[in-house]
Design a protein around this ligand. Sequence first.
Ligand SMILES: Cc1cc2nc3c(=O)[nH]c(=O)nc-3n(C[C@H](O)[C@H](O)[C@H](O)COP(=O)(O)OP(=O)(O)OC[C@H]3O[C@@H](n4cnc5c(N)ncnc54)[C@H](O)[C@@H]3O)c2cc1C
Length: 479
Amino acid sequence: MFDVIVIGAGVSGCAIARQLSRYKASVCVLEKCEDVCEGTSKANSAIVHAGFDADEGSLMAKLNVRGNEMMDDLARDLDIPFKRNGSMVVCIHKEELDGLKTLYDRGVKNGVKGLKILSREEALEMEPNLSENVEGALFAPTGGIICPFELTIAMAENANVNGVDFRFNTRVEDIRKGEDGFWHLRTNNGEYVSKYVVNAAGVYADKIHNMVSADKMHIIERRGDYCLLDKQVGGYVSHTIFPQPTKYGKGVLVTPTVHGNLLVGPTAIDIENKEGTATTAEGIDALTAKASENVRNLPMRNVITSFAGLRAHLEKHEFVIEEVKDAPCFIDVAGIESPGLSASPAIGEMVGNMLRDKMNLTEKDNWIGTRKGITRTEGLSVEEMNALIKENPAYGTIVCRCESITEGEILDAIHRPLGARSLDGVKRRTRAGMGRCQAGFCSPRTMEILNRELGLSYEEITKSGGKSNIVIERTKGEV
Ligand SMILES: Cc1cc2nc3c(=O)[nH]c(=O)nc-3n(C[C@H](O)[C@H](O)[C@H](O)COP(=O)(O)OP(=O)(O)OC[C@H]3O[C@@H](n4cnc5c(N)ncnc54)[C@H](O)[C@@H]3O)c2cc1C
């Protein structure tokens, strides 16, 4: 029995959980996967959008701009990387220059600060690898880049330290209002009861909504394919380069990531498949062609991996954050497509305030608003490294060669609150396996550590929970 149950441990659910953890209330997050950040929050462009794209007056615009403003403090408090690298919307056809002015005006109305329309020369001076056809650009200095895994994980960890319960591998299968007036949630792990439910289930938010409401919701999964390029070419552009937006979204961008790679994508393909995250050759060809219109000689030979994410698109293209009319005490957080990552702190704030007012919640005296991230060895001097190794010799063993991740970092990832239990759990917390060889070298070594530290047999260790086991059976008996 909880005061509030949040369904979904994506960036929305974790932001809401963290906000609720300020109050004297029992809160539980139910997540069908084995870890946080397993849905759309793990596969996106990782841009903290400035906020000029969403329609004036929309909730999307309001929460985007507010979330963007909150990100500096949040990144500082949770010890996660965030960089305001600035974004540019590039125009390559003279007749489309008016479009930049429209975006500029919309941005100003949305409250975006510092917008500027650049001439061809100014744009090329700031980004020498832009297409020679560039006619002008809209520059937004408040645009930024963040690590979506670290943002989501850090908010979850902080919520957990403040008392929020997280139940993984727990899929909500049905919801009904009991005679006791509470919500009863049937899961594969038994029944949960709560006074309030928050539906933050990403592309599944329609399924969850439709369990309690006669007014049906339909989410369209809009797939976006990406290519991630090696750090060798991470500096090919320094700003996030967008084309002009279309009705399908913000278009194919080229951006540095906060960890120094180059990211190209996404496409926008409606697929009506909630698990359809396979990339396609056509998708990759399309994104390469589109991105090459704005950035010249893109170094696509340096691709190290490709992936796809699913936008939870609603026909009206707007965030739906409200109490469901025919289901009191049930809050939808649905249609959270882009800019959901940027808006997440503001989504947390909005839902937290909503529930605080409805439930008359009062603040805890002992809420901890900060969190210390994993000690990173990247960029440390030899002296600093030696001091760290002296303190803990595990920092002297490199496990992931591509990203130079040490055993000490992996141990920290496993043993901290809501620690990693799979290869991807370790990867998203430490970057071990994210480099050029894409975990070819470090997987067996990370498995050894998971085996030793968690007592998981090799057959039990998975890539990312569920049936993603790596070792199926032994061919040579015990060693
Ligand atoms: C291609 C693409 C590019 C994007 N780029 C950006 C960007 O650059 N900037 C930006 O701001 N936004 C971007 N977004 C949007 C952003 O990624 C999303 O808005 C955000 O990640 C949504 O988070 P969420 O928590 O609502 O959903 P999710 O991350 O999908 O989380 C939902 C969670 O609910 C769980 N769940 C579902 N059903 C159940 C159930 N029955 N029981 C228990 N748990 C359940 C899922 O397993 C999942 O973990 C992009 C999205 C895509 C797809």
